[in-house]
Ligand binder design. Structure first.
Ligand code: KMH
Ligand code: ZN
Length: 272
């Protein structure tokens, strides 16, 4: 089995400091949190950024500033900006961080109810995002919120807009999307092409059990405040790094070693 790639989704677009006061939102806080997560064992930082009021933004300038601050800390992790942004944003707005030509970025391959909102990814949007990523040499992490999104991703492969080996992130337990039970994970893993890599982002209480399953099954794990603000039932997590540390401990107990950022690059076939 490959070493375990741990992604830290440190901020997201929806969570607020009212939900968890330990949420990093300023560029300085995001940079420190990214560094702490890498030190704890994360090799990918899934990045959303916020404006000066703490609201989600996809501003290229804010992304550039945060990425520079993360690198200035000495971080070697793969920085994976979101192109999902927040519900209601336009495709052009969401694509701005691609201008920084990151190694990876997220690519959602379908629409899904998202709590009381709709996370909209029309067929037209999906192709525009995929084309831009291909043009800029950005490896997509294909975000799967519903099973049909896997087939939509395979259609992109047929059209030559995404190249194998594919990397999937199963986001499971969003109200409106695929549930986060073990049999749901088994099902999506069976549906992806051989040779693909995958990670799982369990939402809320699904985070930990799905992470343990992924460690067992040879998949990878995403944790962080974007997906879950609790350490245990009713107990807020102190930091994203605390959530990463727990995964490292469990993985080691289960005999799965942790990938460094460069090992993660090899596993994910990222260009040197
Ligand atoms: N904030 C969600 C609506 C991504 O980062 O690519 C979308 C999202 C997915 O977070
Ligand atoms: Zn995200």
């Amino acid at each position: 089995m490959d070493k375990l790639i741990i992604t830290a989704a440190i901020c997201g677009a929806e969570v607020t400091k009212e939900d968890n006061p330990n949420l990093p939102v300023t560029p300085e806080e995001l940079a420190q949190e990214a560094w702490n997560c890498e030190q704890a064992g994360a090799s990918i930082i899934h990045l959303h950024v916020r404006d000066e009021n703490g609201n989600a933004t996809q501003s290229e300038e804010v992304f550039r500033n945060v990425v520079e601050k993360i690198r200035a800390k000495g971080c070697k992790a793969i920085i994976q900006p979101s192109t999902g942004g927040a519900v209601g944003m336009t495709a052009e707005e969401r694509m701005q961080p691609l201008n920084l030509k990151p190694e990876m970025a997220t690519l959602s391959t379908g629409s899904v109810n998202f709590g009381n909102d709709v996370f909209l990814n029309t067929p037209e949007y999906i192709e525009i995002f995929a084309k831009r990523m291909q043009e800029f040499g950005v490896k997509p992490e294909i975000e799967i919120f519903e099973v049909g999104m896997i087939n939509n991703a395979l259609r992109l492969v047929k059209k030559g807009l995404v190249k194998a080996p594919l990397h999937f992130d199963f986001v499971m337990g969003v109200p409106g999307g695929i549930p986060g039970e073990v049999d749901d994970l088994l099902h999506v893993v069976r549906k992806i092409p051989a040779g693909s890599t995958w990670t799982v982002a369990g939402i809320g209480r699904y985070e930990l059990p799905l992470a343990v399953m992924a460690i067992l099954m040879g998949g990878n794990v995403r944790v962080g405040f974007e997906d879950n603000i609790y350490y245990s039932k009713g107990v807020l997590a102190e930091s994203n790094a605390q959530l990463v540390e727990r995964i490292v401990r469990i993985a080691k107990e289960m005999g799965r070693e942790i990938a460094t950022p460069d090992e993660a690059r090899e596993i994910l076939n990222l260009k040197k």
